[in-house]
Ligand binder design. Structure first.
Ligand code: FMN
Length: 247
């Protein structure tokens, strides 16, 4: 009977589809949900490879661009107080946050090739344990790359500059030159350095707006910084920006 054959056919198809779905769900590893420090409140131990959700940045403030520009200063002494996860989120977004559906960011980039990577060294942030994290602009989250407080080691690599150790966090800018030089050749190196300047200035201005202070550090031993931060081979560190409350 044709109706019976159709019903049997539908059932057989459903069984096969379900079997395939179960097989794939077992074979393909599920990404764990990123930890949300705002929801969990307590300091939660994050394992290397795990992610932390960052709160949505704020798009308004009471500090004008003019005020931020006139107050911007390089400050190397900090109070020793912690930062909040909201402040960290805002600073990273200012440096390299996504601001358009097409992937445009807060800082311009030659050919929209985005050669910069940002790392966050956490010393003292409410809700985020000490360690080294990579900022992922597309997801606006952090991925842990190393456990523990590396600020003292990083300060040593920065020729003993104490501000790197004393800050609540250090934001480390690195470059993957090949992302830009495949298109622009040698001139791409110049473009990458210019871009780091744009992104770092954004952090300076955002820091003023949050009533925080910072400085750009260019004096350090590249190989040591790379090793301390567990960086990828193709990355070159360009800047370290310690951030804290004014001391
Ligand atoms: C490329 C570059 C590298 C820098 N490196 C360091 C550094 O290693 N250590 C430091 O304390 N300041 C460093 N600075 C900050 C300058 O000392 C600072 O900008 C300058 O004294 C002017 O002060 P202002 O930023 O408060 O206007 C650097 C600045 C630039 C632009």
């Amino acid at each position: 009977m044709p109706t019976k054959a159709i019903i049997l056919g539908v059932i057989a198809t459903l069984v096969v589809v379900t079997a395939i779905a179960i097989t794939f769900s077992v074979l393909i590893p599920h990404e764990p949900e990123p930890v949300d420090p705002i929801k969990t409140k307590n300091m939660q131990k994050i394992e290397v490879g795990e992610r932390i959700k960052l709160p949505e940045p704020s798009y308004t403030s009471n500090v004008s661009v003019e005020e931020a520009l006139s107050k911007r200063r390089s400050i190397r002494a900090y109070s020793g107080e912690s930062l909040t996860v909201e402040e960290v989120s805002q600073l990273l977004w200012a440096a390299q946050g996504i601001t358009s559906p097409g992937g445009g960011r807060t800082a311009p980039s030659a050919g929209a090739l985005y050669p910069l990577e940002l790392y966050l060294v956490v010393g003292d942030v409410e809700g985020i344990d000490k360690g080294v994290y990579r900022y992922r602009p597309e997801e606006h989250d952090l991925e842990k790359v190393k456990d523990g407080d590396v600020r003292a080691e990083l300060a040593e690599a920065a020729l003993g500059q104490e501000c790197v150790k004393d800050a609540a966090i250090d934001i480390v800018f690195t470059a993957v030159y090949e992302r830009t030089t495949w298109k622009y050749g040698e001139r791409g190196i110049r473009y990458v350095h210019i871009e780091a300047g744009h992104a770092a200035q954004n952090v300076y201005l955002q820091a003023v707006s949050l009533d925080l202070v910072t400085v750009v550090i260019g004096a350090f031993i590249d190989s040591e910084v790379k090793e301390i931060m567990n960086m990828q081979e193709q990355e070159t560190p360009l800047y370290i920006m310690p951030v804290g409350r004014k001391g």
